[in-house]
Design a protein around this ligand. Structure first.
Ligand SMILES: Nc1nc2c(ncn2[C@@H]2O[C@H](COP(=O)(O)OP(=O)(O)OP(=O)(O)O)[C@@H](O)[C@H]2O)c(=O)[nH]1
Ligand SMILES: [Zn+2]
Length: 361
């Protein structure tokens, strides 16, 4: 079949998607950022498909008239765009990502795991009660910034407090770049209040602690769509039937909702850029300290302490910045240490092999 992909070529997006009905690809999140990475010929030869979920048996993908299970091979995660190679599916190329969430693998293995790609909005969810914790919110915000995603803070359970205003105020104080929405997650409010971010073709996800209302919000957006039980049957590479769960859900008439187990318990990995963005003011001050490695404690000429003493920055916020920096340094150091160890091990193995081959001669 010949398809007209001209609308996806660079420069062809003069009309905003909202002016007209979205094409099949656009409803899956396709936009100029991805189209710009390929030429028209590649578009017809290797049609773009989006990864809906990742399984041991492969990648569940969807495109314009395409629903396939690609065998394991491409280093992709849920939300990724691939150029589907029909002849050699495992060679399908992963397109550059607009955003990427990764994390340190759980346990004592320091490997980086890809969690989700191409999310547009990350809703950082907390409730107006004891779950509300500025340090945890900042951790998620830094992670979002680091991943290249615009975060939005969502305060749920407003119906359970006499006045949600103090929570809203504190959340607003975390960053002037992050919108804050407070609502009752049950009922009509989410569809209405989140419409700005949940437009067709946009990809959104919820993060937050257990019990804050992520499933409730998901159901509120998805309406009758029972996401938790939405299983798909597929044949794996060996023709066996498997039942899997889709993790990227097209919401009828709306956005794409990314709901994957990996989004829970996220840790910071190499998130220095995100922390720097969130604490821009403190980082700027720190750049003015006399010593480059200033710990902002007792060093002379410390611009951070001066600002603190002058009441220009908030002491608890400074403490949280320090903790996030320390945590990120620890995680990142562990990664590079591991790489260092791997190199040393590789060198040792090569040394032994050389010796052996010499002995054989
Ligand atoms: N009153 C009220 N209850 C809410 C609100 N949001 C969620 N709940 C309730 O809080 C409980 C937990 O909500 P969930 O949506 O399951 O929370 P979750 O974040 O998905 O939790 P996990 O699945 O454990 O990660 C449920 O009983 C919800 O009905 C809200 O805004 N107001
Ligand atoms: Zn200092």
């Amino acid at each position: 079949m010949v398809r007209d992909y001209s609308a996806f070529l660079p420069g062809a997006s003069a009309s905003q998607p909202s002016d007209r009905a979205l094409t099949a690809l656009e409803s899956l999140g396709w936009r100029p950022f991805f189209a710009q990475q390929i030429d028209a010929e590649a578009l017809t030869e290797t049609p773009p498909v989006r990864v809906l979920s990742v399984h041991r048996s492969g990648l569940q993908v969807a495109g314009d008239g395409i629903e396939e299970l690609i065998p394991p091979g491409p280093e992709a995660t849920v939300g990724d765009w691939l150029l589907f190679d029909r002849a050699l599916p495992r060679n399908s190329r992963v397109l550059d990502r607009a955003s990427l969430i990764k994390r340190r693998a759980p346990g004592h293995d320091w490997q980086v795991q890809l969690i989700a790609a191409n999310i547009d909005t990350l809703f950082v969810v907390t409730s107006c009660n004891q779950d509300f914790n500025p340090a945890r919110l900042e951790r998620y915000l830094a992670l979002a910034f680091d991943a290249g995603i615009e975060p939005v803070i969502l305060l749920t359970k407003t119906d359970l407090v006499p006045d949600p205003a103090p929570y809203v105020e504190e959340a607003r104080g975390l960053s002037d770049r992050v919108p804050v929405v407070a609502l009752d997650a049950r009922g009509e409010a989410p569809a209405r209040e989140l419409a700005e971010w949940c437009r067709p073709g946009r990809t959104v996800a919820f993060v937050g602690s257990s019990g804050v209302g992520k499933s409730t919000l998901t159901n509120a957006l998805a309406g009758s769509l029972a996401i938790a039980t939405q299983a798909i049957r597929e044949d794996d590479a060996k023709g066996r039937h498997t039942t899997t769960h889709r993790e990227l859900h097209p919401v009828p008439g709306g956005c794409l909702l990314l709901d994957t187990p990996g989004m829970r318990e996220l840790q910071l990995t190499d998130a220095a850029a995100g922390i720097a963005e969130l604490f821009e003011d403190i980082e700027e001050l720190a750049a003015g300290c006399r010593f480059r490695d200033c710990a902002h404690e007792t060093e002379p000429g410390c611009a951070v302490r001066t600002a603190l003493d002058a009441g220009q920055i908030d002491a608890p916020r400074l403490a949280r910045w320090r903790k996030l920096k320390a945590e990120d340094a620890f995680n990142s150091a562990s990664l590079s240490e591991r790489r260092e160890k791997d190199r040393a091990f590789g060198k040792m193995v090569r040394g032994v092999m050389k010796q052996k081959s010499r002995q054989k001669r």
